[in-house]
Design a protein around this ligand. Structure first.
Ligand code: NAD
Ligand code: UFG
Length: 340
């Protein structure tokens, strides 16, 4: 199929483009490069030995998006483009609502106009709020604690309403748990700007000596060792989940958790990283981070049952691949050298 991938130069999008190309699809990437760079696309070409079509445009720009649909015979859309920093969304809600909601509206509109009936949407486990684990797709969604999470809930609602009104429209809503790791080549991975918010890139940068020590946010949660528990999923498993979702897409709205179903605590992840890479990761326990929940992991049985997809890579592979990319990635966080 000819797949339009919005945000395809980003972390999850670039890995998914590798999986799509390897599955024989053609990809047309649109990205405004606000949180990525075009070198990543060269790496995707290098890994797959396939050509990709790329447009540097903003997905909120209706005319530019319309033009892409007019030029290409698009058969499916995967919508990754969006802003994703939880903390920043509390400080600056307007760009989050604008970017994440308007991009979804513009794409859905173009799909209708050009009779493109397959759309896969990047959602997040954050939509479950502080529900009881494991999170299953049928749970009532609880309020999230941040505008970013609300944009995901609203986008899910918008796409659901459009699909209800248009019975031939097929929407797959994929709720990701905690994507980590990198392509096994070490050529592409997660390279956040500034000081990382997320655990795995922070751990990698501590291991490299760019950051002094990891701050573990709280050890008094009701979990195995008191630290927060998450469902870490290898980004290549996540990428393959998108290919499975496209392969099996049918009319209507289908919501799938993409996780492993296994919870790992912060301390367990640090120990796994040390073991996988034979390197020390100094850490200290500090106060809880506001907005964090104790535990978040998936009931991933629906994706297995309906898509025939399961996450295959374990936490040790996630740590090994994250570290391989970090070692190769000379640019990440250089200005932060030992700043913390
Ligand atoms: P990312 O920032 O690496 O990738 C997003 C890409 O979209 C970037 O390349 C950015 O330049 C681009 N972009 C942003 N706004 C755009 C716009 N208006 N027009 C065109 N391009 C635009 O993020 P990611 O981690 O790859 O996340 C991809 C998607 O998955 C996002 O929708 C995110 O909310 C969702 N998600 C991510 C996580 C995670 O932990 N990484 C978890 C759950 C859901
Ligand atoms: N943590 C630390 N120290 C750090 C960073 C994180 O102890 O420096 C802890 C957190 O307290 C939490 C765990 O590591 O217990 C994971 O935190 P992340 O920031 O890596 O991930 P979150 O679960 O908070 O959120 C991530 C994405 C969200 C997405 C969510 C889906 O950032 O966008 O996963 O589950 F919605």
């Amino acid at each position: 199929m000819n797949i339009l991938v919005t945000g395809g130069a980003g972390y999850i999008g670039s890995h998914t483009c590798v999986a799509l190309l390897e599955a024989g699809h053609t990809v047309i990437i649109v990205d405004n490069l606000s949180n990525s760079n075009s070198e990543t696309l060269d790496k995707v070409k290098q890994i797959t030995n396939r050509e990709i079509i790329f447009y540097q445009i903003d997905v909120t720009n209706e005319k530019a998006v319309d033009n892409i649909f007019a030029i290409h015979d698009i058969e499916g859309v995967i919508h990754f483009a969006g802003l994703k920093a939880v903390g920043e969304s509390v400080e600056k809600p307007l760009p989050y609502y604008y970017n994440n909601i308007v991009s979804t509206l513009v794409l859905a509109n173009a799909c209708q106009k050009y009779n493109v009936s397959n759309l896969v949407f990047s959602s997040s486990a954050t939509v479950y709020g502080d529900n009881t684990v494991p999170f299953v797709e049928t749970l009532n969604l609880l309020p999230t604690t941040n505008p970013y999470g609300e944009t995901k809930v609203m986008s899910e609602r918008i796409l659901t309403d459009i699909a209800m009104a248009n019975p031939s429209f097929s929407v797959s809503i994929l709720r990701y748990f905690n994507p980590v790791g990198a392509h096994e080549s070490g050529l592409i991975g997660e390279a956040p700007n500034g000081i990382p918010n997320n655990l795995m890139p922070y751990v990698s940068q501590v291991a490299k000596g760019k950051l002094r020590k990891l701050r573990v946010f709280g050890n008094d949660y009701p979990t195995v060792d008191g630290t927060g528990v998450r469902d870490y999923i290898h980004v290549m498993d996540l990428a393959e989940g998108h290919v499975a979702a496209l392969d099996k897409i049918t009319a209507g709205v289908h919501i799938y958790n993409l996780g492993t179903g296994q919870g790992t605590s912060v301390i367990e992840l640090v120990k796994a990283f040390e073991e996988a890479n034979d390197i020390k990761v100094p850490y200290e326990i500090v106060d809880r981070r506001p907005g964090d929940i104790a535990s978040c992991y998936a009931d991933a049985s629906k994706a297995k049952r309906e898509l025939g997809w399961i996450a295959k890579r374990d936490v040790i592979s996630m740590c090994r691949d994250s570290w391989r990319f970090e070692k190769n990635n000379k640019d990440s966080g250089t200005s932060l050298w030992l700043s913390r």
